[in-house]
Write a protein that binds this ligand. Structure first.
Ligand SMILES: *[C@@H]1O[C@H](CO)[C@@H](O)[C@H](O)[C@H]1NC(C)=O
Ligand SMILES: *[C@@H]1O[C@H](CO)[C@@H](O)[C@H](O)[C@H]1NC(C)=O
Ligand SMILES: *[C@@H]1O[C@H](CO)[C@@H](O)[C@H](O)[C@H]1NC(C)=O
Length: 323
């Protein structure tokens, strides 16, 4: 991983990937997204994933959980328990005051988007599990929480929203994702917490795609959802795959794979040559902005923290896919 070059990390455990993981696993065969920064006291990097923690918790080895418990200070990419973070993320995703998606999008795209969201709203009650209903989570509430304000969102965020409004993803709502769960645990255990990124740093790069690129991406996303709806396409990539790779400790498949908070992969679609070029431009833009530049920025902040507090034990919990 890129961190190794900077900090000479040692894997704290290793799980050889054999293609498929069967549970129950031996402790030694569990995933290992923990790296130790050798100093006294030690600090740690832990690769998280943006899926319900209950799906991966049993696969996280004891050494990772102990490292978390013993650390003084826990750092995340963003502080998701801070109401300011949430409101800043929300407003960063909105169109400028007075603008509406209907004014911004080509008419055909707007119409298809509207139709797709109507379909999602209609289907949502049937997608939800008895377990979710038991917890008092209702389809109307969930739809509004995710998509309520869609007409005011910037197209790129609407695209990401549409990607997260699938049956599989809806079924997993209501349980905190692993990174959020760790943040809640850190709070419960009264650990000092912090974040290495500002909301704007995570949000602005996405807003930086130009108009034709965004329309292309939204069009591709809608085409994909329309094929799924028509039954002519199987879910091309699922959160299930991501969970399986994570639980197997298969970092290579996690890196650059597209987790739910990230960006869909258009390159492999069967596209005509000019559209393929646009897809590649978008992909390399995201890699540059969301992976390489972020790594550098985050790496520098980590280094500064470690130098400033040499007697503290840090636990850095960052998305496994962002390194
Ligand atoms: C968007 O960016 C691409 C690649 O940099 C460029 O070819 C295209 O002309 C730009 N489109 C607009 C509308 O600025
Ligand atoms: C959407 O994509 C399809 C297939 O690539 C293309 O034919 C169509 O013109 C696109 N629509 C818009 C509005 O860009
Ligand atoms: C494209 O699809 C092929 C076959 O499904 C797969 O082997 C390859 O890794 C994919 N490439 C990308 C960039 O996703």
């Amino acid at each position: 991983v890129c961190w190794m070059k900077v900090f000479c990390l040692q894997p704290a455990g290793h799980c050889s990937f054999t293609g498929l993981c069967f549970s129950p696993l031996q402790q030694s065969e569990l995933n290992s997204f923990l790296w130790t920064i050798k100093r006294d006291p030690p600090s740690y990097f832990f690769g998280t994933i943006h899926v319900p923690y209950t799906r991966v918790w049993d696969f996280i080895p004891e050494n990772s959980k102990k490292a978390f418990q013993h650390s003084h200070i826990v750092y995340f990419e963003l502080d998701l328990t801070d109401p300011y973070t949430i409101s800043a993320l929300t407003s960063c995703q909105l169109l400028p005051q007075g603008e509406n998606l209907q004014d911004v999008l080509p008419r055909d795209i707007y119409r298809r988007l509207k139709r797709h969201l109507e379909y999602v709203k209609l289907m949502m009650p049937s997608w939800m599990t008895p377990d979710q209903r038991g917890k008092g989570l209702y389809a109307d509430y969930l739809f509004n929480a995710i998509a309520g304000n869609w007409e005011r969102k910037r197209p790129v965020w609407v695209m990401l929203m549409v990607n997260s409004l699938t049956e599989v993803d809806i079924k997993s709502r209501g349980v905190p994702v692993l990174d959020l769960y760790l943040a809640q645990e850190a709070e419960r255990l009264r650990k000092q917490t912090g974040a290495v990124e500002k909301v704007e740093e995570q949000c602005h790069p996405l807003n930086g795609l130009n108009f034709s690129q965004v329309i292309f991406a939204l069009n591709q996303t809608l085409l994909q959802q329309e094929s799924l709806r028509a039954g002519s396409l199987q879910t091309p990539y699922t959160t299930e795959d991501l969970i399986e790779h994570y639980n197997c400790g298969d970092l290579n498949s996690i890196i650059f794979s597209h987790d739910t908070s990230q960006v869909p992969n258009f390159i492999n679609a069967t596209l005509p040559p000019n559209e393929r070029i646009t897809a590649q431009e978008i992909d390399s833009y995201f890699r540059q902005e969301l992976i390489y530049k972020r790594n550098e920025r985050m790496g520098k902040r980590v280094k500064d923290l470690l130098e400033e507090y040499p007697d503290k034990s840090f636990f850095f919990a960052f998305g496994a896919g962002t390194c």
